[in-house]
Design a protein around this ligand. Structure first.
Ligand code: MCN
Ligand code: CUN
Length: 835
């Protein structure tokens, strides 16, 4: 009798298995960095700069040293003696660990104190006397390139200005021709404001240097432990095999925990100097003010259109504000991440993108927040531009999209920017979404409601995201090729441990990787324990970001399980006393082809690997796979949002959200839905309430949860999720595509398009995020766009209490430029008018 195992029953592919990690989390038994206490451990706190740009005239730490319980005060000067005042970033720039010459953003690390407890350390920080000489401040790209702008990075040779890069991609001549042939040219310009991943757990590290063994162990909140090990080896010049990076449980990463932060480096140096464990746990304001933010990009584009709705070409320019150091974690070939994935799902004959990155007196960052390297900005611009173009043509936005989609039979499809899309059914996803939202009925209702003065709107957004970097031919970070890995050890009783080079931060890898093993080997998922994040035990991998884990590490899990199965087949042939060619496989069991009831289970094969292997066979049942994907995976999604806007107040309420996600084969449908709901919540937050901005002096406005709003369950709308469209990735071993970021990437434009649709009678083409009620109200009453960086209201800002950005006031991003001298009155920041 055949021992057919039901895959769902063993927790294999497609099982909505409960997350195994949640058991410890909901019992309060998680093991986060701050939960770890080591014998003799000291505590470190950071002194941050109150000014955005200032020369450091002197630092007097003598009073701090005198405070009882203080063990060490680190300053830039001391770091410099060990060549550690500066460190390399992941984008071939340098970043100050502790400031020596100047401070370049508010919140920059100036000194560290290590003490018996964090309170003493904090008090001692306040006892450090720093004398600053304020310098003119730059808070946007227009100011950065304005004439006479102060050079922020005067520490660098060959850096005469504030430009980090000028980059271009695509076909300029072909795009110019498309515009010559266009019947209609549609234009759009917008700002995607700075946002912050803001995980609930802040960043932190515990460095533990043991002089006796020369071993450095660092427990820390990193999404990419092996990259950190490499960085520590190179920066601190320590031997790599003497460095162990351990990422324990992580309370959310969202991209915030990819970069290398000064706090990590200082805790390591302090531990080496003091030969005691040193713990640094960032506070919330420190996290919001100084660690990797995202976006802050000005996008300006136009679309060449034929009268019948065919898109002929797209031209785009991006101005990205990277803050004081270019510290993006992104593939090194692409200066502005994968922004050129924009319009990938549309069949464009030609496209051209130029991008300029500039320094400013703001915290460094720019790339990471649920985004796969700026794909969020790419998709936001794409779907806002598509909506604007449909309006200019007087076409239905759904039909306009359908007409221009890459069609099912066109895959694999090469985009004009050079990406190769693997698979998709875009039209089908749109159909499912339109039906679910009741498109035709809503349009009728909307028209009827408008007659009664009620403003209803429907916004559509689609997204396709390049997920799974590498392949190693095109993708590397600092020259390290992007691939990933999995190691599987099957013990003699058929229980197993799996380790990968990825690092879960809430995504549920401990649950889903075991499901892949269950699918490949027929072992019950509960018999497979998954471990990630310890560089001493995990195989080398590039970590978890860019939703690359399923496309790359997940593929490696399949591949290593298949290696194990190949060896198990030999063991089965030996046990069954037949030749290997006569052995067949079904889930969990090998059997003799001619006598199907003669079989052995995978568990029996495991036992044989340790107790009864054939002569000459290497014992054991363990293996490792490194997986270098042939291509990225390209999930697709359609998001539809309906809203009602109150014309009296500009307040808008979400009526309905429909999400149709096609991420290929779903390993765990419940986890996928959780990822989509989380992403939609963040999308709603970005569209509705969230931004971190700066006044003219570079003061960060929004470095606390009073100003930087996180949506709770109370304000988050409900979602209707659809999973009926499944287009497997043709090159992924189990046909899965990434999904972790999709909804955060594609979601924001659906909300904005919905609000703009509701007020379409006003002729307003753009309101920049966040769509706060006052901005929406301003647009309705002025019948003008409300664009630019979010305004900061001050008493003396032009327009008095208003302070709303003049719509599209100038042609340059962020306004007319003009550098603001320090301590000058706060001008209208958003228009960049300065003084
Ligand atoms: N999955 C699945 N079937 C698929 C695709 C994915 O079952 N076809 C499952 C995976 O097995 C995994 C989860 O969904 O358990 C997410 O997988 P994937 O899309 O591969 O994304 P990663 O695991 O690489 O996670 C990274 C992604 C990123 S880049 C950000 S940012 C983000 C996100 O995940 N940060 C998160 N989701 C997050 N969710 C939580 N809870 N916390 C974060 O910090
Ligand atoms: Cu861009 S945020 Mo996720 O890739 O860690």
């Amino acid at each position: 009798m055949s021992q057919a195992l039901d895959e769902i029953k063993i927790g294999g592919l497609g099982a909505s298995r409960k997350r195994v990690e949640d058991d410890r989390f909901i019992r309060g038994r998680g093991n986060y960095t701050d939960d770890i206490t080591l014998p003799g451990m000291l505590h470190m706190e950071i002194l941050r700069s109150p000014l955005a740009h200032a020369r450091i005239k002197s630092i007097d730490a003598s009073k701090a040293w005198e405070i009882p319980g203080v063990h060490l005060v680190l300053t830039g000067e001391m770091m410099a003696t060990r060549n550690l005042a500066w460190m390399p970033t992941l984008s071939y720039d340098t970043q100050a660990v502790l400031a020596t010459d100047k401070v370049r953003f508010q919140g920059q690390e100036v000194a560290c104190v290590v003490a018996d407890d964090p309170y003493i350390a904090k008090d001692a920080c306040e006892a450090i006397d720093v004398e600053y000489e304020p310098l003119p401040v730059i808070v946007n790209p227009a100011q950065a390139v304005a004439e006479g702008a102060p050079v922020i990075r005067d520490d660098k040779e060959n850096q005469p200005d504030n430009v980090i890069y000028d980059w271009e991609v695509g076909d300029k001549a072909g795009t110019d021709r498309a515009f010559e042939q266009a019947d209609v040219v549609s234009k759009l310009k917008l700002h995607y404001p700075r946002s912050h991943p803001s995980p609930i757990e802040c960043c932190g590290s515990i460095a533990d240097f043991n002089r006796a063994t020369s071993k450095l162990t660092v427990y820390m909140t990193t999404q990419a432990p092996h990259i950190i090990r490499a960085a520590v080896a190179l920066v601190a010049e320590l031997p790599e095999h003497m460095i162990r990076i351990v990422s324990p449980d992580i309370g959310g990463g969202f991209g915030n925990k990819v970069p290398v932060y000064p706090g990590y480096v200082c805790s390591i140096l302090a531990s080496i100097l003091l030969e005691r464990p040193v713990k640094w746990i960032e506070d919330k304001s420190g996290n919001l003010i100084s660690t990797g933010f995202a976006r802050d990009i000005y996008l300006d584009g136009e679309m060449a259109l034929r009268r019948d709705g065919k898109i002929l070409g797209v031209r785009m320019h991006a101005d990205a504000d990277h803050g004081a150091f270019f510290s993006d974690a992104q593939p090194s070939k692409f200066k502005i991440g994968l922004l050129h994935s924009t319009f990938a799902c549309y069949d464009l004959p030609a496209a051209h993108l130029t991008a300029r990155g500039t320094y400013s007196n703001k915290a460094p960052g720019g790339v990471a927040y649920r985004c796969s390297f700026r794909v969020t900005e790419a998709m936001f611009f794409q779907e806002r531009m598509i909506a604007a173009a449909a309006a200019d043509l007087g076409m239905d936005p759904a039909e306009f999209r359908r007409m221009n989609f890459v069609k099912d039979e066109q895959f694999p499809h090469r985009t004009p920017f050079g990406f190769l899309l693997d698979s998709g059914q875009y039209g089908k996803c749109l159909d499912v979404g339109l039906k679910a939202v009741g498109y035709e009925d809503f349009r009728r209702e909307q028209a009827a409601a408008r007659k009664r003065g009620k403003l209803l709107g429907l916004g559509i957004s689609t997204m396709t995201e390049p997920l799974g970097a590498g392949n190693s031919r095109e993708y590397d970070i600092l020259g390290i090729k992007m691939f990933d890995s999995a190691e599987l050890k099957i013990h003699m009783t058929g229980k197993a441990i799996l380790r990968t080079g990825a690092k879960t931060q809430g995504q549920g890898h401990e649950t889903t990787w075991a499901q892949i093993v269950a699918h490949e080997l027929g072992l019950p998922a509960e018999d497979v324990v998954v471990e990630e994040g310890d560089t001493d035990t995990a195989p080398f991998g590039m970590g978890t970001y860019a939703s690359r884990s399923t496309p790359v590490a997940g593929a490696a899990v399949s591949m290593v399980a298949r290696k194990i199965r190949a060896k198990a087949r030999k063991l089965a042939a030996h046990l069954l006393e037949v030749s290997e060619e006569d052995v067949e496989w079904e889930l969990g069991r090998f059997y003799v082809r001619s006598a199907p009831d003669r079989g052995v289970t995978i568990q029996e094969c495991a036992m044989a690997a340790y107790s009864n292997m054939p002569d000459g066979m290497e014992p054991g049942l363990e293996n490792t796979a490194f997986y270098d994907p042939p291509n990225l995976t390209w999930p697709f999604a359609v998001y539809l949002v309906t809203v009602e806007v109150d014309p009296q107040t500009g307040v808008w309420d979400v009526l309905n959200i429909v999400a149709v996600d096609d991420c290929g084969v779903r390993i765990n449908p419940m986890i996928v839905e959780g990822q989509i709901m989380g992403g939609l919540t963040e999308a709603y937050a970005m569209a509705n309430m969230q931004f971190i901005t700066f006044d003219a002096e570079g003061n960060c406005v929004g470095s606390n949860y009073m100003d930087y709003l996180l949506p709770t369950a109370w304000e988050t709308p409900g979602f209707e999720l659809h999973s009926e469209v499944v287009t497997p990735s043709p090159h992924h071993p189990i046909g899965a595509k990434g999904v972790g970021e999709c909804a955060a990437v594609g979601g924001p434009a659906a909300f904005v398009n919905a609000v703009l649709d509701a007020i379409s009678d006003t002729g307003v083409r753009n309101i920049d995020m966040p769509l706060l009620p006052d901005r929406v109200w301003e647009a309705i009453t002025s019948r003008k766009d409300v664009s630019g960086a979010p305004p900061v209201r001050t008493d003396d800002s032009p327009g008095g209490s208003g302070g709303v950005v003049p719509p599209q006031a100038s042609t340059s991003p962020g306004g007319s430029g003009g550098v603001v001298p320090p301590q000058a009155s706060t001008g209208d920041l958003a228009s960049g008018s300065g003084v």
